[in-house]
Design a protein around this ligand. Structure first.
Ligand code: NAG
Ligand code: NAG
Ligand code: NAG
Ligand code: NAG
Ligand code: NAG
Length: 551
C-alpha cells in the first residue's frame, strides 16, 4: 500500500522544493491581501471558531488538539498550516497534536489534512456519503507526525467557492443548521473566498424603496424563492414570485449568520453588486434614464409577464447612483466585511455594440458604481462570457473590458478551466489576475463524471506557466452534493504545489472513503479513473444518460 509516511515524505519534498522559489505577485494583489488581512477577526475569535468546527465534527477529540493562529511571517508571507506533535508535560487525555494556521480556515484545513493522511478519515457532504471517522484512533492514541512536522503552504492566495446559480440549484431551502454544516465543510476544504449571495433581495428592497419603487413594483421584479438566480441575472422576472416580506426578513437574518461565521473563520466573503438589472417601474420614475428592454432569454415562452427584463445602461449616471446605494446599504447592514464584489453584467447578454471604446466605458462605469460605495472595491467577474459568447468577445473586446478598471481592481474567474481554459489563449487574461476554476455539474443535474487529470495538473500548469497571472483556484459548480471525488481532489489543489499522481491518490482516497483497503475497490476506481472520471469530451450537459458516454 501507498503508505502515509510516503505521502508525508512527498509533501515535505514538495514544500522544500517550493520554498526555494519566490512566488512573484503583483504589488496590487499584495496590497489587497494586506487590506483583507487587516479586516479579519482577532486570533482568539478565529481559534474559537476552529475549535467549534472540531467540536461539531469530532466531539470526542475536543481536547486532543491545540489550535493557534500564526502570522504569515511563519511561511515567508504566505498562508499556510503547520501540524506538529504536542509535547505534553503530563500524561492523560490532554493535547496530542498542535495545528497552527494563518487563519481559522488554514487550521481547519490542517485538521482535515491530519485526519485524512494520518488517521485515514474521510469527510464528505451528507448526501455523498457523509463522514467516515471510524478509523480515527481514540484520544490518547492519535498517530504522531514525523519529527519536524508537516508544513503546507498555499501556492496561490485564494480558494474560491460557488457559482451565481448555486444558490438556486442547491441552497435555497437551507436553514442555518444546514448552512453551518456547509461552512464547516468549506473551512475543512480550505475555502477562503466564498460567494455570499443570500438575502440580497432584502437589500434591494431597501435600496429601491429609496428610489421610489413600490413593493408592488418589486413583486413584478423579484423571482420566487426557487428562481432567484435567474431573476438576479435578468433572465426572467416575477416567475414563481412574489417574495413575501417574511421571506426577505428571514433571508437577511440568515445572511447575517452566514457572514458572521465566514468572518469568524477568517474567510473573505464575496458580496453581490449592481449589474444594471432593474424593475420595469424604474422607467416610469426616471423617464429620461437609458433603460434597454432585453430580449427573451430561454424558458418563459416570450410571455412579457415573465420575460424581457430591463437593463439600466452602465453609462447612465443613475447606474452609478443605484450601484453605490446598493454597496452602501450592504455596508450598513453587514459592516466593513469585504472589498470583493461579484458583477456579471454581460453574462449571456452581450453589450449593444462591439466597439472596444464603448465596452471600456461600460466596464469603467460598473467599477465606478462599486468603488463609490467602497473605495477599495475589487470587481470579481465570472469569465463564462469569454467562452459562451466567444463570437462576440474577441481579443479587442476582452482587452477593453479587462482593462477598463485600474490594474488589480478586477479578478476574473476562468470558470470552465478544466475543459475550456481561457487563460491559455488570452495571454492570461491580458495580464488580469484570475482564478483557475472547476465548473462541473450543469443545471444541478446529477451525473457521474469529471476530469481528474485536468484537475490534478491544470492549476499547476497554469500557475507555473510563463508570466502567470493566476491568483487562486476555485470551484464554480452549478449544483453541489455530487461526485465527491472531484471536489476532494480540487480542494486539495489549493494546497498542492505539485501535481498529485491521480492513480496513487485514488488508492488513498478509496481507502479513506471506505475505511479500509479493499483491492477490488481499488481496481474499480482504476476503471472509473479511465472512464467516467476522464470525461474529456468538453460537453457541459450529459443529462441524456445517468452515466456519461465514453467515446
Ligand atoms: C421620491 O418621491 C419623493 C416624494 O414624491 C420625492 O420628493 C423624491 O425626490 C423622490 N425620489 C426620487 C429618487 O425620485
Ligand atoms: C442609451 O444606451 C444605448 C446602448 O445601450 C446607446 O446606444 C445610446 O446612445 C444611449 N442613449 C443615450 C441617450 O445615452
Ligand atoms: C479560447 O479558448 C476558448 C475555450 O477553448 C474558446 O471558447 C475561445 O473561443 C478561445 N478564444 C480565442 C480568442 O481564441
Ligand atoms: C512573458 O513576458 C515577457 C516580458 O514581458 C515576454 O518577453 C514574454 O514573451 C512573455 N512570455 C509569454 C509566454 O507570453
Ligand atoms: C483520458 O483521455 C485522453 C483523451 O481521450 C487520453 O489521452 C488519456 O490518456 C486518458 N487518461 C486516462 C487517465 O485514462
Amino acid at each position: 500500500m501507498y503508505t502515509l509516511r510516503t505521502l508525508i515524505f512527498i509533501t515535505t519534498l514538495l514544500i522544500l522544493t517550493q520554498s526555494s522559489v519566490a512566488l512573484s505577485r503583483p504589488e496590487a494583489i499584495d496590497s489587497l491581501l494586506k487590506r483583507l488581512d487587516s479586516k479579519r477577526a482577532s486570533s482568539s475569535v478565529q481559534e474559537s471558531a476552529a475549535i467549534a468546527v472540531l467540536k461539531r465534527l469530532l466531539p470526542s477529540h475536543i481536547h486532543s488538539f491545540v489550535f493557534e493562529i500564526v502570522s504569515k511571517d511563519v511561511c515567508r508571507g504566505h498562508s499556510c498550516f503547520l501540524i506538529n506533535n504536542y509535547y505534553k508535560k503530563s500524561s492523560g487525555n490532554g493535547p496530542e497534536i498542535s495545528i497552527k494556521g494563518t487563519t481559522a480556515v488554514e487550521i481547519a484545513s490542517g485538521l482535515h489534512w491530519y485526519l485524512k493522511y494520518q488517521c485515514g478519515a474521510h469527510i464528505s457532504w451528507d448526501k455523498t456519503g457523509g463522514v467516515q471517522i471510524a478509523s480515527i484512533p481514540r484520544p490518547g492514541s492519535l498517530p504522531l507526525v514525523k519529527d519536524k512536522g508537516v508544513m503546507i503552504q498555499r501556492p496561490v492566495p485564494w480558494n474560491y467557492y460557488q457559482n451565481v446559480v448555486t444558490s438556486s440549484y442547491s441552497y435555497v431551502w437551507w436553514n442555518w443548521e444546514r448552512w453551518e454544516k456547509e461552512l464547516d465543510w468549506m473551512a475543512l476544504q480550505g475555502i477562503n473566498l466564498p460567494l455570499a449571495f443570500t438575502g440580497q433581495e432584502a437589500i434591494w428592497h431597501k435600496v429601491f424603496m429609496n428610489f421610489n419603487i413600490t413593493t408592488e413594483d418589486l413583486n413584478d421584479f423579484f423571482g420566487g424563492p426557487a428562481f432567484l438566480a435567474w431573476a438576479r441575472m435578468g433572465n426572467l422576472h416575477s416567475w414563481g414570485g412574489p417574495l413575501p416580506h417574511n421571506w426577505l426578513d428571514q433571508q437577511l437574518c440568515l445572511q447575517k449568520q452566514i457572514l458572521s461565521r465566514m468572518l469568524e473563520l477568517g474567510m473573505t466573503p464575496v458580496l453581490p453588486s449592481f449589474s444594471g438589472n432593474v424593475p420595469a417601474a424604474l422607467k416610469k420614475i426616471f423617464p429620461s434614464a437609458n433603460i434597454t428592454r432585453l430580449g427573451d432569454w430561454n424558458t418563459v415562452d416570450k410571455n412579457p409577464q415573465w420575460c424581457c427584463t430591463y437593463l439600466l445602461n452602465p453609462s447612465d449616471p443613475l447606474f452609478v447612483e443605484i450601484g453605490e446605494a446598493f454597496i452602501r446599504q450592504q455596508v450598513k447592514e453587514y459592516g466593513d466585511v469585504t472589498d470583493i464584489y461579484n458583477c456579471d453584467t454581460f453574462n449571456e447578454n452581450s453589450p449593444p455594440t462591439s466597439d472596444p471604446a464603448y465596452i471600456s466605458s461600460l466596464g469603467a462605469a460598473v467599477y465606478k458604481a462599486m468603488s463609490r460605495g467602497d473605495k477599495d472595491a475589487v470587481w470579481l467577474m465570472q469569465g463564462w462570457l469569454f467562452y459562451s459568447d466567444s463570437a462576440f468577445w474577441k481579443p479587442p473586446q476582452m482587452q477593453a473590458l479587462l482593462h477598463s478598471v485600474p490594474f488589480g481592481k478586477m479578478i476574473v474567474l476562468d470558470l470552465f478551466a478544466e475543459a475550456k481554459p481561457i487563460w491559455k489563449n488570452s495571454s492570461q487574461f491580458y495580464g488580469t489576475p484570475y482564478v483557475w476554476c472547476l465548473l462541473h455539474n450543469f443545471g444541478g443535474n446529477i451525473e457521474m463524471y469529471g476530469i481528474l487529470d485536468a484537475i490534478s495538473s491544470g492549476p499547476v500548469d497554469a500557475r507555473t506557466s510563463d508570466n502567470s497571472t493566476m491568483v487562486g483556484v476555485g470551484m464554480c459548480m452549478e449544483g453541489i452534493e455530487q461526485n465527491p471525488v472531484v471536489y476532494e481532489l480540487m480542494s486539495e489543489m489549493a494546497f498542492r504545489s505539485g501535481k498529485p499522481q491521480v492513480l496513487e491518490w485514488l488508492k488513498t482516497y478509496s481507502h479513506r472513503r471506505y475505511g479500509k483497503a479493499v483491492h477490488q475497490v481499488v481496481a474499480a476506481w482504476d476503471i472509473l479513473y479511465h472512464t467516467v472520471y476522464n470525461c474529456t469530451d468538453g460537453i457541459a450537459d450529459h443529462n441524456t444518460d445517468f452515466i456519461v458516454k465514453v467515446s
